[in-house]
Design a protein around this ligand. Sequence first.
Ligand code: GGG
Length: 354
Amino acid sequence: MKTFTIAVIAGDGVGTEVIPQAKRVLEKIAEKHDVCFSFQDFDWGANHFFRWGRMMPAGAIDLLQPCDAILLGAVGHPEIPDHTTLNGLLLPIRRAFDQYANVRPAYLYPGVDSPLARPKGGDIDFVVVRENTEGEYAQVGGFVYQMQPEEIAIQTSVFTRRGIDRIVRFAFDLAVKRNKKKRVTSVTKSNAQGYSMVLWDRCFEEVAAEYPHVETESLLVDAAAMNFIRRPESFDVVVGSNLFADILSDISAILVGSMGLAASANLDPLRRFPSMFEPVHGSAPDIAGKGVVNPLATILSAGMMLDHLGMGDAARELESAIAMVLAEGKVRTPDIGGTSSTEEVTEAVLEKLA
Ligand code: GGG
């Protein structure tokens, strides 16, 4: 029987509530598909920080490296600055394992309401591809005259031809693989960012020339934000820098109903290192501990992990089970208009899988 070793970092807040639900679903899938998931739990995050002064131990990357994949819940705590939690756990993992493609699907499931009046289930179906290792997240910079009245902060974005080429190529390959509209939209702000984003535009044009059958579009990020609302049905694959695509994927998440449905994959497409799967949402301290967080974003992320591990059939089966639960509309958490608990939603998915 094939065994997959999955590193599990539940993290903080609602992360500790959604991860056990994804594990339950994965156990069910394992039973049905004659595989074994060997979960290795790592109790890293805010509590680790309070105890040891760091979000994860010094040898964390070495511990994760041999695993087949990483399943992550959420990071963030109201008593720790967000840049400490993010730079102490999530970003070092993305960088150490060169998970350069962050894939964030936006699909409006039948039965789920979009805040927009027009689109019906299935009408919105696109993927935001986020460059995940450089750009505005490069953490290059520093303070001068720190904590003094004349304090200066310098933060430099890092855009490389290699980094842009590979993420743009990933987006085109995804458009071909999806075989839907075969359309890639590139998002920049090259009118104002006259070096880095001009390089991005040039790389985009060069890679696009290799895919003559894929339609292309280039939008400034402000126009992209507007067009996500105005014509969400027109998008297929949207590719953007680390920061822009992060922001846009919050818009796409709410367009398809809720952050509670937004899944993501941090991929090393070359498969040299483990890829990491996580809900787009954070630790949500406002609802943590109440048992009402939507587990579907994490369960859908686990589905993306199944796909990545070569279990495409199991991934489709899981997606259909979730689609059925959403279409019936009987069991749903408050973020999408229901009154069910986190566990009740998982149980409804497990019932469909059975
Ligand atoms: N699901 C992991 C998590 O907590 N994400 C929240 C977050 O702040 N992410 C930052 C980012 O993806 O840039």
